[in-house]
Design a protein around this ligand. Structure first.
Ligand code: ADP
Length: 546
């Protein structure tokens, strides 16, 4: 008896170990069956679990060929729905013994298997301890419910092909195996639920439009989602396990690493949430402005477990804000200076106590006219820039002879500057295109006025063009300060002014080239510059011929 109890204890221990070391439910259930069959000196066993619709389905078997399991279906019916742990021993399935006889004779009548019995079936795991020889039909069955939290979740069946009926003690022993099976099923279901929730959460994090990053207490990256990959230029693979300050090197106003600030070692109880904004440098050296909310997570005992960082790309808001403030300062400066010159000259010229000779008068009025033109151009550019932003930029297409137009615009400038020489070089058969005359005038005006502005020492300003089968090309070239390669793309951006002492001294809103580019591009053309510092600049645009 002691030996028997010892064996039972060993079996149960083995099952517990299996349950904690692996979560693969079918193999744990099979182990339980195998041990229960041995303890009860049976030859076969089944565990059936309750499905969502309430019916039972075989989930594990021992000592029975798989191909015949469906024939055991009658044993899985009429299961009492309620079962108390206390009266497990008395729990029965009505007519179970009779159903077994039916199943056995059904198997016996099966055409291909012949009279079914242990040892004669050529397939299935027929490993029956204590069953030597063959020809033993299943004769006895005992069934006990698997109960978890008062609910029947399945049934365990043990079969004997010889020996007497199952005793009350057998049922008692089987009850502990049934308990183990119930726990295994429960654990597996909890695990499945957990895995499902985790997958759901992973999918939410992965597909979130905001960047999400989870850090461990050592501030190493544990989770890094797709939006962050795009924002930072780091792939998840590269970013995982990296210290967060390497991937998102953000500092607060005092220059302290933000990730450090969230570290529990330096600060036992960091602020609940921390929002910071700053620039991060991507591996390709481009800059992204981000706003990050850091939220520390604690477990129930108050230990710091991780930090969740929510990262939002605010580059566009930043740019829009910067643009607004640039706009205000540029406008106030650029509008004010011609107005104060005009006012100064007008006040001087109309002084009653002074007598101005005709020459001084003409010079003064010329300055007023020039500054008014400048003001006009600036206002036009501003209006167009705001129209462009509102997408209300419409072209009025007509027959356009760019060479003739360039000549006119150039003549206007020729009268304004004594320090510069102007030349025109178009072939006589320069083709006309369809284009907006006023807009094109604006392009040429901006290019020529820049050529003058950025050639403070005077020089030659050449305007000309050529054509091929598809395009007409027009250029405006000067001998001025030139533009470094690194700035040649950016000068076409709104409000962008290249960094140079001259640019700083020269009036301008950084809108001229932006408008040129927009106008040329709505025509289906392209504009670019060829230049080097100190070697002048040649702006070229092309318009489609067809
Ligand atoms: P603005 O002249 O009002 O500053 P633009 O958009 O016309 O604005 O030009 C942008 C910048 O490009 C200028 O500030 C200047 O630095 C540079 N730039 C434009 N044209 C020339 C040129 N012909 N030579 C040298 N630099 C130029």
């Amino acid at each position: 008896m002691i030996d028997y109890q010892l064996r039972q204890r060993e079996y149960l221990l083995e099952i517990s170990r299996a349950m904690t070391s692996r979560l693969d439910l079918p193999s744990v259930l099979r182990l339980i069956l195998e041990n229960a069959v041995e303890m009860l000196q049976g030859q076969a066993g089944l565990i059936a679990l309750r499905q969502e619709n309430g019916s039972l389905r075989v989930q594990a078997s021992y000592g029975l060929p798989r191909g015949l399991l469906h024939l055991f279906a009658p044993l899985l019916t009429d299961i009492p729905a309620h079962a108390e742990r206390e009266d497990l021993i008395r729990w029965t399935i009505p007519n179970l013994q009779m159903k077994l006889s039916l199943v056995v004779s059904a198997i016996g009548l099966g055409p291909s298997t012949g009279p079914w019995s242990f040892g004669t079936v050529p397939y299935g795991p027929v490993r029956c301890p204590g069953t030597k020889g063959s020809g033993h039909r299943l004769r006895q069955v005992v069934a006990l419910p698997l109960i978890m939290e008062g609910i029947l979740i399945g049934v365990i069946y043990i079969f004997r092909s010889r020996g007497g009926t199952f005793s009350a003690n057998d049922r008692q022993v089987l009850a502990s195996f049934a308990d183990q099976a119930a726990i295994a099923v429960h654990n597996a279901r909890l695990y499945q639920q957990l895995a499902h929730e985790k997958r759901r959460l992973d999918a939410i994090i992965e597909n979130s439009a905001d960047g999400v990053m989870i850090l461990d207490p050592q501030r190493r990256i544990r989770i890094f989602n797709r939006a962050l990959e795009e924002m930072t230029g780091w792939s998840t693979e590269e970013a995982l396990r990296q210290p967060c300050s390497r991937v998102l090197a953000l500092r607060d106003r005092q220059g302290k690493d933000i990730c450090e600030a969230m570290c529990p070692l330096s600060q036992p109880k960091p602020e609940e949430h921390l929002y910071v904004e700053g620039d991060i440098k991507r591996p390709d050296d481009s800059i992204v402005t981000v706003g990050i909310t850091y939220s520390p997570l604690y477990d129930r005992e108050g230990h710091f477990v991780s930090v969740i960082a929510n990262v939002r790309d605010i580059t566009r808001f930043r740019e829009a804000e910067e643009m607004k403030s640039t706009f205000v300062s540029v406008i106030s400066h650029e509008l004010k200076s011609p107005v104060s010159i005009i006012k100064g000259y007008a006040d001087t010229l109309r002084r009653e106590d002074a007598q101005w000779d005709a020459d001084t008068l003409r010079q003064g009025l010329a300055v007023i006219a020039e500054e008014s033109d400048r003001l006009n151009r600036l206002i036009d550019n501003l209006l167009d820039a705001s129209r462009l932003q509102a997408s209300a930029f419409k072209l009025e297409l007509s027959y356009l002879q760019v060479d003739k137009l360039a000549e006119k615009v150039m003549e206007e400038f020729r009268t304004q500057s004594n320090e510069h020489m102007f030349t025109l070089d178009f072939p006589p058969d320069f083709p006309a295109v369809r284009g907006d005359i006023e807009r094109s005038r604006q392009v040429l005006t901006n290019l020529l006025s820049n050529a003058i502005k950025y050639s403070p020492r005077g020089g030659l300003i050449r305007t000309g063009g050529w054509a091929d089968d598809d395009w007409v090309y027009v250029y405006v070239a000067d001998e001025g300060i030139g533009i470094p390669k690194s700035e040649q793309e950016r000068i076409f951006e709104r409000f962008y002014r290249a960094e140079s002492p001259l640019s700083r001294r020269t009036e301008g809103a950084g809108l001229g080239l932006y408008l040129c580019k927009e106008v040329i591009e709505v025509h289906g053309g392209k504009i670019w510059v060829e230049s080097a510092p100190g070697r002048g600049a040649k702006f070229i645009f092309k318009l489609p011929r067809g």
